[in-house]
Design a binder for this molecule. Structure first.
Ligand SMILES: [Zn+2]
Ligand SMILES: [Zn+2]
Length: 161
């Protein structure tokens, strides 16, 4: 696995109020610590060290989560966006427009891993009996999520903001 990957890479929050660009990546990791679980509302924090981070639309709100670190998130929709400690800043991998470009290569704080997190890849899919209902439900969804690319204007003309 090579070290630094060259960008630029774009990403942003779910509602589109905050967008960013990163010139290149350092190490991508998943952190299982309790603070990352809380901050992401998930099994942990998947973060990649960001070099040349610029905000291309809006800016995150900052929560000082400890004496050593601060976390940036969208004030409008709550999407976790950054983890900063000292002069280093990471961005949330799944906030990137293409999360596949920054695969984690190390687990941090594995002693805090939620026990069932290990079972997730082996869970069965939705039962076949639910498939028809699920398909109809998904077909009815009108997304208000920002698309996975930069936009000149957001939200689109004619939609409430
Ligand atoms: Zn947002
Ligand atoms: Zn953590």
């Amino acid at each position: 696995m090579s070290g630094v990957q060259e960008g630029p890479y774009a990403g942003g929050c779910q509602c589109g109020a905050v967008r960013f660009s990163v010139e290149s990546f350092g190490r991508s990791s998943i952190c299982h610590c309790r603070m990352c679980q809380k901050a992401f509302g998930g099994i942990g924090g998947i973060l990649v060290t960001a070099k040349g981070l610029t905000w291309t639309r809006g800016e995150p709100k900052i929560f000082q989560s400890s004496n050593r670190a601060e976390r940036g998130f969208c004030d409008a929709c709550g999407t976790p966006l950054t983890f900063g400690a000292g002069s280093s800043v990471d961005v949330a991998v799944c906030a990137l427009d293409d999360p596949s470009v920054a695969p984690p290569i190390v687990q941090l704080a594995p002693e805090f891993r939620i026990p069932w997190a290990d079972d997730l890849p082996d869970l069965p899919g939705r039962p076949g009996s639910e498939a028809h209902k699920a398909a109809a439900y998904y077909a009815s969804i009108v997304s208000h999520q920002h698309p996975d690319h930069d936009t000149d204007h957001w939200p689109p003309e004619g939609k409430a903001s």
